[in-house]
Write a protein that binds this ligand. Structure first.
Ligand code: HEC
Ligand code: HEC
Ligand SMILES: [Cu+2]
Length: 403
């Protein structure tokens, strides 16, 4: 053990756990064995008459009162000592503030740097101040036996020390809404020198870059950068995208530009993207002007704009062409040739209807093949093989081009 601290949180918890577990195991086995023995030994067929008429036994009473009392007192003592070890942070601990918000973590270091993963030096205790921006979350580090609620409006803390370099899971242990299960990050324990270098990279006070701001403010808990659908729309290719929004209950189409992005950040509920819940928190008063500019700049930059996807290649790669031909011939599924704009008879359950194969129809056929099945074909098309929105768009555009 290192001399910088007396004990680790794991050292404080594991012996208590093993002691209580061991005592419970001994009692479980002992009591069950005695019970089985008595059932057999004193079965009515073996002992038709009561064998003992003892009215009391002082020694027995003393033993079965004193032993359990000592046992539970020992459990209490160990438990209390372990609890104190968890609450008393060793001196010289590094301070980090963990901010939980729906549905991500952000960690702030003494020099002002922030990160989405919790970076710590190996063999140095870390004191974590726990702050919630909205609802109750739970700061849970199974590897270090640390679990503490993060309650809005309440000061709380936890500490731990990583005794070896590595990556350890960090979970939210309180159900906090739709994105709860995605509220996962890691503790990255680095050797002291490497940690120092990491901490100094990008000196404090500098305007943090767009990506770091998205991490710091928890945007990435609801918005993906790679096109995956999330709680909010993906940021991939957002600049210049045309989107349907609900403004005051009216639907309208807009093109994403600077003014729209600014309004989305400051008053997210003014324009709510169709198909999403109005649950994005407003960032007016939270984001500084420079930060808003940096975020807009980042969303605008080519860094996350999607490269144009090749629909034909995609159809090949995703196996669509195994069942769908491009030359008008019938396969396991209808041909893609001339499909766009054609009239198609589909069965929804038993109900038959004729629809025009427009963009929306194609999209739905790809996303939910079972919902409407083309007449004359078996419902064997596999459900969505994990296509991103952009990939579906590219496929639809490819089919449109085969008129
Ligand atoms: C709790 C989840 C959540 C968080 C955190 C969140 N958003 Fe959102 N955001 C949403 C949802 C849901 C929508 C869609 C509904 C709407 O428009 O209000 C949205 C919409 C948007 C839009 C409009 C998107 C479009 O396609 O038109 C932008 C831009 C945006 N968010 C940026 C951000 C930024 C930047 C942050 C961090 C500073 C952030 N959001 C944090 C949930 C979230
Ligand atoms: C295992 C074979 C199979 C694969 C693989 C498959 N499909 Fe299909 N698909 C079908 C069948 C059968 C139908 C007709 C029955 C139905 O509507 O479910 C169909 C229907 C469709 C329709 C509606 C066609 C119409 O005439 O109205 C579209 C669009 C479509 N598929 C696109 C795709 C795309 C894009 C892919 C690749 C991501 C794909 N399919 C992969 C078998 C398949
Ligand atoms: Cu949570």
């Amino acid at each position: 053990m290192n001399s910088a601290y007396l004990t680790t949180t794991t050292d404080a918890i594991d012996p208590v756990f093993m002691f209580i577990f061991g005592a419970s195991l001994v009692l479980l086995v002992g009591i069950t064995a005695a019970m089985v023995f008595f059932v057999v030994r004193y079965h009515r067929s073996r002992a038709p008459e009561p064998t003992s008429r003892a009215a009391g036994n002082l020694w027995l009473e003393i033993v079965w009162s004193v032993l359990p009392t000592l046992l539970v007192l020992a459990m209490f003592y160990y438990g209390w000592a372990g609890y104190l070890a968890l609450r008393n942070v060793p001196t010289g601990a590094m301070e980090v503030t963990a901010t939980a918000s729906m549905w991500s973590w952000s960690f702030a270091y003494p020099n002002g740097k922030t990160s989405a993963k919790l970076y710590v030096p190996v063999n140095r205790p870390v004191r974590v101040e726990l702050v919630s921006r909205d609802v109750i979350h739970g700061f849970y580090l199974p590897a270090f036996r640390v679990k503490r609620d993060v309650v809005p409006g309440m000061r709380n803390h936890a500490w731990f020390v990583a005794t070896g370099p590595g990556s350890y899971d960090l979970f939210c242990s309180q159900y906090c809404g739709t994105g709860h299960s995605a509220m996962i990050t890691t503790v990255e324990a680095l050797p002291e020198a490497e940690f120092g270098a990491w901490l100094e990279r990008k000196a404090a006070g500098e305007e943090p870059a767009g990506h770091e701001l998205l991490e710091k403010h928890g945007c990435l808990g609801c918005h993906s950068l790679d096109g995956r659908p999330g709680i909010g729309p993906t940021f991939k290719g957002i600049w210049g995208r045309s989107t349907t929004v609900m403004s005051n209950g009216r639907e309208r189409r807009i093109t994403v530009d600077e003014a729209y992005l600014r309004r989305s950040l400051l008053e997210p509920n003014a324009d709510v993207v169709k198909g999403f819940q109005p649950i994005m928190p407003p960032f007016a008063g939270v984001l500084k002007e420079g930060e808003i500019k940096a975020i807009i700049g980042y969303l605008r930059s080519g860094g996350i704009a999607s490269p144009k996807l090749d629909g034909r290649k995609l159809a090949q790669e995703k196996g669509c062409l195994v069942c769908h031909s491009l030359d008008g011939s019938r396969g396991v599924g209808p041909t893609f040739k001339g499909l766009f704009g054609a009239r198609v008879t589909v069965l929804k359950g038993r109900a038959k209807s004729t629809v025009t194969a427009d963009e929306g129809y194609l999209r739905e056929s790809i996303r939910q093949p079972g919902a409407a099945v083309v007449e004359g074909f078996q419902p064997v098309m596999p459900a969505d093989p994990g296509l991103s929105d952009d990939e579906v768009t590219a496929l639809v555009e490819f089919i449109e081009g085969l008129r």
